[in-house]
Design a protein around this ligand. Structure first.
Ligand code: AMP
Ligand code: ZN
Length: 482
């Protein structure tokens, strides 16, 4: 009896099919080497990434959404190339921090209420922007034993010391300190306003553990009741969930120093055989008038503010994807208006299309070039202009656009007759200097939960979160529109 050939084929074929996209090379700009490099995962069957998540004491501001969207796109790309079950994405919640403690003291509310509420808001807001949930979303306070274990290793190996109830990492013991941010120790001291404290042997040393008074959150430890410093949590959670060496680590470029520099130092010292993260991705800041949007500068608005003003999550996502993550960007209303008009056109195009086709290879290749999201958007324009609607839908869905969940705001209603009427009323009002009719129309529209966005050459009427289809139909009847 000869060996059945068919059996051999049956084993070989599915593996090959699975791997067809693995031929595509992903290139990423690695902050650690300052080069665009071909991405080679440690294990093709388990590509591992970690993103530093939010400190949960308040609503996320729009800037906080930038790397969430960027990593979401990276996650989708890795899934497309390596397969759905071959990617592990971790994003943490920092739920122990003095900002949280202060908020609790100011408001008189328990910390656990504040963090639970903020986490709930955060997940709601990030989902509204079309982001998939990571595979793991660990909370720092669930990893205190792992952090203590990590710190004990560092003390045992002579990389950390105790002083006045604190445990500090001794920066001079790690020879590669400064490699990620590319700064000298002198620059770092000057630039980061490092804290000089009596318990530090060197001003650059950073806190791994600090004592807590009875009225502050604290855990028993070999150094007394206390709480962790900021940086140790990410090292401990990444180690626990992804291993000592993993593939990609990210965050905003404001985290490069000191946060990520310190993560590398403590991780590479606690586990000398490991590399910690092999590729580091940092996004540029979302700005307001040329300055970083931040809570401390007070120049921020939250994701929820925008959603409540009637900007669809899909529109916000589109605006973010239009600029490469490595460039500074501003949010402004005219970008949102343009995005709204493009997305409306595309929604109209795909409305009756039921094609189910794979993501075009040129799209995957474009995105593989250091997450060139703006390049993919140009391809979407080409597909729309050439009538390649199946491709438009597949490629947009791949970016998290034009999906069913993201389409609610579009609501499949024809606003063109109302828009024409609005323009007509407005032109007459400008001529006659009597705005009664246009004001009346506008207030009826507001009551029906739609926004009137006025551009240079056009007017768009867009449903917002309070959209009421029945009221809109009543307005159309009132004005005798179809
Ligand atoms: P935080 O809650 O301030 O620790 O920030 C959470 C994440 O948002 C970090 O990855 C920051 O780098 C990022 N981030 C903060 N402000 C901005 C901004 N204006 N633009 C882009 N990313 C930001
Ligand atoms: Zn971190």
């Amino acid at each position: 009896m000869s060996f059945p050939k068919v059996l051999v084929l049956a084993i070989a074929v599915p593996l090959d099919l699975n791997n067809q996209n693995r031929m595509i090379k992903i290139k990423l700009h690695n902050t650690l080497t300052r080069k665009k490099q071909t991405f080679v995962p440690l294990d093709e069957n388990n590509v591992r990434l970690y993103l530093c998540g939010p400190t949960v004491y308040d609503r996320a501001h729009l800037g906080n959404a930038r790397n969430v969207i960027m990593f979401d796109v990276l996650y989708r790309l890795l899934i497309e190339v390596y397969g759905n079950n071959s990617v592990t994405y971790v994003r943490n919640f920092t739920d122990i921090d003095d900002k949280i403690n202060n908020k609790s003291i100011e408001s008189g509310r328990p910390i656990s209420d504040i963090t639970a509420e903020t986490i709930h808001w955060y997940l709601e807001d990030m989902a509204a922007l079309g982001n998939l949930d990571p595979n793991f979303m660990p909370r720092a306070t669930d990893y205190i034993p792992q952090m203590i274990n990590y710190i004990e290793r560092l003390i045992a190996e002579g990389f950390a010391y105790t002083e006045e109830g604190h445990v500090l990492f001794s920066v001079s013991k790690y020879k590669n300190y400064g490699q990620l941010s590319g700064r000298s120790i002198g620059d770092m001291i000057a630039g980061a306003r490092v804290e000089i404290a009596s318990y530090k042997r060197d001003p650059m040393d950073f806190v791994l553990w600090k004592p807590s008074d009875q009225d502050l959150p604290g855990w028993e430890s070999p150094w007394g009741r206390g709480r962790p410093g900021w940086h140790i949590e990410c090292s401990a959670m990444a180690h626990d969930l992804l291993g000592a060496t993993f593939d990609i680590h990210g965050g905003g470029n404001d985290l490069q120093f000191p946060h990520h520099e310190n993560e590398i130092a403590q991780s590479c010292c606690a586990y000398p055989e490991s590399e910690f993260a092999r590729y580091w991705l940092h996004n540029e800041m979302l700005q307001v008038d040329g300055k970083k949007m931040s809570k401390s500068l007070g120049n921020f608005f939250t994701v929820r503010d925008l959603l409540d003003q009637g900007y669809a999550g899909e529109v916000i996502r589109f605006v973010f994807l239009s600029t490469h993550y490595s460039k500074p960007m501003d949010w402004n209303a005219s970008k949102a208006l343009e995005a709204t008009s493009i997305l409306r056109k595309w929604h109209g195009l795909i409305k009756n299309n039921s094609d189910i086709i794979p993501v075009p290879e040129e799209v995957v290749k474009k995105l593989s070039d250091d997450l060139n999201t703006a390049g993919v958007i140009s391809l979407l324009h080409n597909y729309a202009n050439n009538g390649e609607i199946g491709k438009l839908k597949a490629a947009a869905n791949f970016l998290g656009l034009l999906t069913e969940e993201m389409s609610e705001w579009f609501a499949d209603v024809d606003m063109s007759s109302l828009e024409d009427l609005f323009i007509d009323f407005r032109n007459r009002a400008i001529e006659s200097k009597n705005f009664k009719n246009v004001d009346e129309l506008r207030s009826k529209l507001t009551g029906a939960g739609v926004d009137v966005q006025i551009g240079k050459s056009n007017v768009l009427i867009v449903p917002n979160a309070r959209f009421d289809r029945q009221k809109l139909d009543e307005i159309k009847i009132y004005y005798d529109l179809n």
